[in-house]
Design a protein around this ligand. Structure first.
Ligand SMILES: NC(=O)c1ccc[n+]([C@@H]2O[C@H](COP(=O)([O-])OP(=O)(O)OC[C@H]3O[C@@H](n4cnc5c(N)ncnc54)[C@H](OP(=O)(O)O)[C@@H]3O)[C@@H](O)[C@H]2O)c1
Length: 174
């Protein structure tokens, strides 16, 4: 099992819009499977994220993670969350539950930055994938507000995506 963090980031370096949404949602190219997520998610069997990232899914037009097991790091279970979503307040215990459930395919670490840093500090993140979006927003949250800026990134690959984004894959393993 590999844990793959993947974040969309604007050309001026923000992982949220000024009002806190993932910036890809305001990209004209946004839609089901856009920004390379269809191919990426095809190799995954589960997603893991922080409670802040999870909660908007409960009021979304469609459930964002069909056919994937969902694990959430958070101090409490969000009212209205489907019964099969696993919540845990302890990141080590949540990792153990992820591993116990895993059948060998990848896990998408959706974010946000504080949850990526939590798992990175535990040595659990195999890759950081950035999708650089072709526009700027001027303000928002930066990855390194939480993620340790000293994190070592080893380049693995890159490719252009429809709509003008660029995917860059880094290994976090030495
Ligand atoms: N650009 C992208 O692709 C992308 C992707 C996903 C999310 N985002 C953005 O990221 C933002 C949220 O990021 P975020 O970093 O503020 O929040 P987050 O990581 O989504 O969730 C934070 C919550 O996770 C729990 N948590 C995190 N670390 C923990 C630890 N060490 N121990 C116990 N619990 C822990 C806490 O829950 P409790 O409060 O319950 O204790 C914490 O409040 C959103 O605005 C979202 O739009 C962007």
């Amino acid at each position: 099992m590999r844990i793959l963090a993947r974040q969309c980031v604007t050309a001026d370096g923000y992982v949220t819009t000024p009002d806190g949404w993932p910036p890809q949602v305001i990209d004209p190219a946004h839609g089901p499977g856009s920004h390379g997520i269809r191919e990426f998610i095809a190799g995954c069997e589960a997603v893991v994220m922080g409670r802040t990232t999870f909660e908007p899914a409960l009021t979304a037009d469609r459930w964002p993670w069909p056919d994937l097991k969902v694990f959430v790091l958070g101090s409490h279970r969000t009212p209205g969350a489907p019964d099969d979503v696993v919540f845990d307040s302890d990141p080590v215990r949540l990792l153990e539950r992820l591993r116990a459930d895993n059948s060998g395919r990848d896990v998408h670490l959706v974010g946000g930055p504080s949850t990526i840093e939590t798992f990175r500090a535990l040595g659990a993140v195999d890759r950081l994938e950035l999708v650089v979006l072709p526009f700027m927003v001027g303000a928002g949250m930066r990855l390194t507000e939480s993620l340790d800026p000293a994190t070592t990134l080893t380049y693995e690959s890159s490719r252009g995506l429809p709509g003008g984004s660029v995917e860059i894959v880094y290994s976090l393993r030495a």
